[in-house]
Every structure is written in structure tokens, then in C-alpha cells.
Design a binder for this molecule. Structure first.
Ligand SMILES: NC(=O)c1ccc[n+]([C@@H]2O[C@H](COP(=O)([O-])OP(=O)(O)OC[C@H]3O[C@@H](n4cnc5c(N)ncnc54)[C@H](OP(=O)(O)O)[C@@H]3O)[C@@H](O)[C@H]2O)c1
Length: 230
């Protein structure tokens, strides 16, 4: 079946063939798998950075990823890529970034949320500032772009299953890096918009806490989404 996402991808590929990038995806869980496989469909080469690069999970994911996808340690994957996607548990992100080596000039796409499970299915916000700011402070010479953290991994791979367009807030200090990430987001059939500098990252991260707590509550379920207006 030809979906809206396929049409967007085809139109963009015809209109403006983008430079193929090497992208390191750190973490091979739900989000790492969703973003790695989707970005590979755009023609980019994916290196999964995993704590167990020779483990079955990572190798199996690389095998399912289009192109010459491979697995490596997180530091090796990052060293060989210009763009790095962080898809690790939110409360370990600083430790993970500090272990990635020299990130000067690289684009870091931070998809994490600092969630702490206080009791089964009850989450709180686990940091004083935001993961976006923590990542930028841990890698001051990198261009950190917060993105993808407000939608589910299922929406990343099948945006056409949603009722309408899925908007993705893009947050960060570097204009060109945000434009690059917006291009990747658009080609996934999602709708990016610039929400501001890295200081506003907590707005987007907090929305994940609200959404998750609502999802697992017995109260009326609601959708908390970002949407642009004219
Ligand atoms: N799930 C969603 O729908 C969703 C949506 C938006 C944002 N997010 C955010 O995206 C991030 C990843 O979520 P996820 O659902 O993909 O999580 P997940 O399925 O638990 O995967 C996280 C991956 O991070 C790696 N990792 C590195 N250090 C780790 C550590 N100390 N402990 C555990 N895993 C570690 C692991 O890969 P290796 O074993 O290969 O190292 C693991 O598979 C989180 O910050 C989450 O809040 C999630």
C-alpha cells in the first residue's frame, strides 16, 4: 500500500536528493530500532552503537535495517558518524554522552526523556533542567537538537496510522543543525516545527511525563500533542 509517508519521501527524493549521511544510533531498543530503520530508508548508513554490539539483538536489528547497517560500541559508532541519535534511557543520557568521545561539530539528535518510574506505571520528571540541556552541557562543541521525544516509536514508523499530521517540535541552538534534522523528520512523513533554543527542551520532555501518567491512569484518556496554527 502506498502511504502518505511514501508519497512525501518520493516527492522529496525527486525534488532534492539529500546527501547520504552516516548516522550513529545509540541504543537498540524501541526508539533506536524505529529511527534506525526509518533513517536507513532515506538512504543513510546506520551504525548502531550498543553495549553489546556482537549480541543477537543488535546484529538482528542491523540485519533488518536497509543498506550497509552495522553494529559497534557507542564510542566507535559516534566517531564514525556526523549525526548521532540518542535513544537510551533518559536517566543515563549524561553518562552515555560523556562516554562517546570527541563530539565537536557533530549533530546530536536527543530523543530521550528523563523519566523516573516512582512506582509501577507512575512516572516523574527526573532532572532539574532537561535532558536536552544536560546533553548540550556534556558535549558543548556539538550541535544538540531535541526531536522525536514527543511521539511514540510506533508513530515514528507509521505516522499514517494517526488521525492527522504528526508534529515534531525541534529544539536547539544551531539553526543549520535544526534544518538538517527537520529534513530527516519531514522525510519520515512527520511535520517538524522550530520550538526554540535548547532551554525550552523541558517543555517537550515534560509532555512525555504527562502523557504517560495519563495513559496508565484510570481517568479519561487524552492526547497531548503539539500542533502548529496559522
Ligand atoms: N518508547 C517510546 O515510544 C519513546 C518515544 C519517544 C521517546 N522515548 C525516549 O527514548 C529513549 C529510549 O526509549 P526506548 O523505548 O527505546 O527504550 P528501550 O527500549 O529500553 O531501549 C533503550 C536502549 O538503550 C540502550 N542502553 C544504553 N545504556 C543503557 C542502560 N544503562 N540501561 C538500559 N539500556 C541502555 C540499550 O541498547 P543496547 O543494549 O544495545 O546498549 C537499550 O536497548 C528513552 O529516553 C525514552 O524516554 C521513548
Amino acid at each position: 500500500m502506498i502511504t502518505r509517508k511514501h508519497c512525501v519521501l518520493l516527492a522529496l527524493v525527486i525534488a532534492a536528493p539529500a546527501m547520504a549521511e552516516t548516522i550513529a544510533v545509540i541504543g537498540t531498543g524501541n526508539v533506536g530500532a524505529a529511527l534506525g530503520t526509518e533513517l536507513a530508508l532515506q538512504g543513510h548508513t546506520i551504525i548502531y552503537g550498543s553495549r553489546s554490539p556482537l549480541g543477537l539483538k543488535a546484529l538482528d536489528l542491523a540485519g533488518k535495517t536497509k543498506g550497509n547497517a552495522s553494529t559497534s560500541t557507542p564510542a566507535e559508532a559516534s566517531a564514525n558518524a556526523r549525526i548521532i541519535v540518542l535513544a537510551v534511557p533518559g536517566m543515563v543520557v549524561e553518562e552515555v554522552v560523556l562516554g562517546l568521545g570527541d563530539l565537536s561539530g557533530k549533530i546530536i539528535i536527543d530523543a530521550t526523556n528523563p523519566l523516573v518510574m516512582e512506582e509501577p506505571l507512575k512516572f516523574s520528571f527526573g532532572v532539574e533542567t532537561s535532558n536536552g540541556e544536560i546533553v548540550q552541557a556534556a558535549a558543548p562543541d556539538a550541535k544538540v537538537v531535541k526531536a522525536f521525544n514527543t511521539i511514540s516509536w510506533q508513530q515514528m514508523i507509521a505516522p499514517e496510522d494517526s488521525d492527522g499530521p504528526l508534529y515534531v517540535p525541534i529544539v536547539g541552538n544551531d539553526k543549520a543543525a535544526k534544518e538538517k534534522v527537520a529534513e530527516l523528520v519531514t522525510k519520515m512523513g512527520l511535520v517538524p516545527f522550530d520550538l526554540g533554543p535548547i532551554e525550552v527542551a523541558h517543555w517537550t520532555e515534560y509532555s512525555a511525563v504527562v502523557s504517560l501518567n495519563n495513559e496508565f491512569s484510570e481517568r479519561t484518556n487524552f492526547d497531548l500533542v503539539f500542533r502548529t496554527i496559522n
